[in-house]
Design a protein. Structure first.
Length: 313
C-alpha cells in the first residue's frame, strides 16, 4: 500500500472503530461493549492522539485512567482488583502526554521503582547457584526487570514497558532509584535475547537449544532499547524482525512490527502483507488493541514514541 492509502485506511476504519468502542466511563474494553480495562484504554489513547478532532474522547479516556489509579500509585488490570500490576507502565506512558496528570505519573513511577521481582532477590540468587536447573536455562540473575504481577518473575514485555515508562515525565518525577532500575532492566533484556537476535516469552537458551524469537516480545524490547540503535544486539534483532515480516499473518503482529521498524528509521519491507487485506480477512478480530496498533502503525507524524515531542492534551 502507498503511504497515502495506508493513512486513509487508518482514518476510515481504525479511528471510527476506536471512537465507537469507547465506553460511557471513558475507558475501552478489549472488545466493543466489554468492560473498560486499563490496557486497551492506554493503547486507544495513544492511537487517537495521532488524529485531529478526538479531543473529547481523549479527555474522557485520560480521566478514566486517573480515576482508575490506586492509592499506592499503581494501576490494576481490572476495576475489581485492588493490587497494581504491569499496566502501571502503560498508564504512566500515556498520561505523561496528558495535561494535569504529572502527579499521577510521578506516583506511578515511584511504584514501578519499588516493585522488585521476587525471582532475583539475594536469597533466591544464592539458592540458584546450587540448583540442578542452573545449566538448563542459564541466565544472569544479577539483572532485575519487572514482572506481570508483583512478587513474581521478570519477563521481557513488562520490563520493556517499564523502561519506556521511565523515559516519560519530567526529571522531577523520576524516583531516586530510576537510573539503577533502568540499568538493571536493560541488562536483563540483553541477557534474555535469543542467540540469533530477537526475544521470546521465555529463556533464550534451554538445554543448549536456542529459543525461537517472537514478534511481540521482540518489538517490546527493541522499543525499550531504541536509544542504542547501532548496538550489535539491536541490529541483529531488527534484521530478524525484518526477515519475519513476510510470514506474519496477524494484523496486530504486523502493526507492531511496522511500529518497531519505523522507530529505528528502517524501510518497511516490500514483501510485507497488506493491512487492508488482513482486515478484510479477520476484521481485526473485533479487537480494540489491534485497531489501535494498526492506527499507530499507519498514522503519519505521530510523536507518541518520543517523550521530547509529546504534547499535553
Amino acid at each position: 500500500m502507498e503511504a497515502a492509502s495506508e493513512t486513509s485506511f487508518a482514518e476510515a476504519i481504525c479511528v471510527p472503530f476506536l471512537r465507537n468502542a469507547q465506553n460511557a466511563d471513558g475507558g475501552w474494553g478489549y472488545h466493543p461493549k466489554s468492560e473498560s480495562r486499563v490496557e486497551p484504554t492506554c493503547w486507544a489513547l495513544h492511537a487517537l492522539r495521532g488524529w485531529s478532532g478526538e479531543t473529547e474522547a481523549l479527555t474522557r479516556g485520560f480521566q478514566y485512567l486517573r480515576t482508575a489509579q490506586l492509592a499506592d500509585g499503581s494501576w490494576p488490570s481490572t476495576p475489581a482488583e485492588k493490587t497494581g500490576c504491569w499496566v502501571t507502565s502503560l498508564s504512566c506512558w500515556v498520561l505523561a502526554q496528558a495535561a494535569d496528570s504529572s502527579a499521577n505519573v510521578a506516583a506511578g513511577l515511584r511504584w514501578l521503582c519499588q516493585d522488585w521481582p521476587a525471582d532475583t532477590t539475594p536469597w533466591r540468587r544464592f539458592l540458584a547457584k546450587f540448583s540442578s536447573q542452573r545449566d538448563v536455562a542459564p541466565i544472569n540473575n544479577a539483572y532485575r526487570g519487572w514482572s506481570w504481577t508483583p512478587g513474581t518473575s521478570s519477563w521481557v514485555e513488562p520490563t520493556s514497558f517499564a523502561l519506556i515508562a521511565l523515559e516519560q515525565g519530567t526529571p522531577q518525577s523520576f524516583p531516586a532509584e530510576a537510573a539503577k532500575r533502568r540499568e538493571l532492566g536493560e541488562g536483563l533484556l540483553y541477557d534474555r535475547m535469543c542467540p540469533g537476535g530477537g526475544w521470546n516469552c521465555g529463556n533464550p537458551l534451554v538445554y543448549g537449544v536456542p529459543g525461537e524469537p517472537l514478534v511481540v516480545p521482540t518489538m517490546c524490547a527493541l522499543l525499550a532499547l531504541r536509544h542504542q540503535p547501532s548496538r550489535r544486539q539491536n541490529v541483529m534483532s531488527l534484521d530478524w524482525l525484518e526477515s519475519a515480516v513476510a510470514t506474519i499473518q496477524s494484523a496486530g503482529s504486523l502493526a507492531l512490527a511496522k511500529i518497531c521498524i519505523a522507530a529505528y528509521g528502517r524501510d518497511w519491507p516490500r514483501n510485507a502483507p497488506v493491512f487492508q487485506a488482513l482486515y478484510e480477512k479477520s476484521g481485526f478480530l473485533d479487537s480494540v488493541q489491534v485497531a489501535a496498533w494498526t492506527s499507530l502503525a499507519l498514522a503519519a507524524g505521530s510523536d507518541w514514541l518520543d517523550p521530547a515531542g509529546a504534547k499535553a492534551i
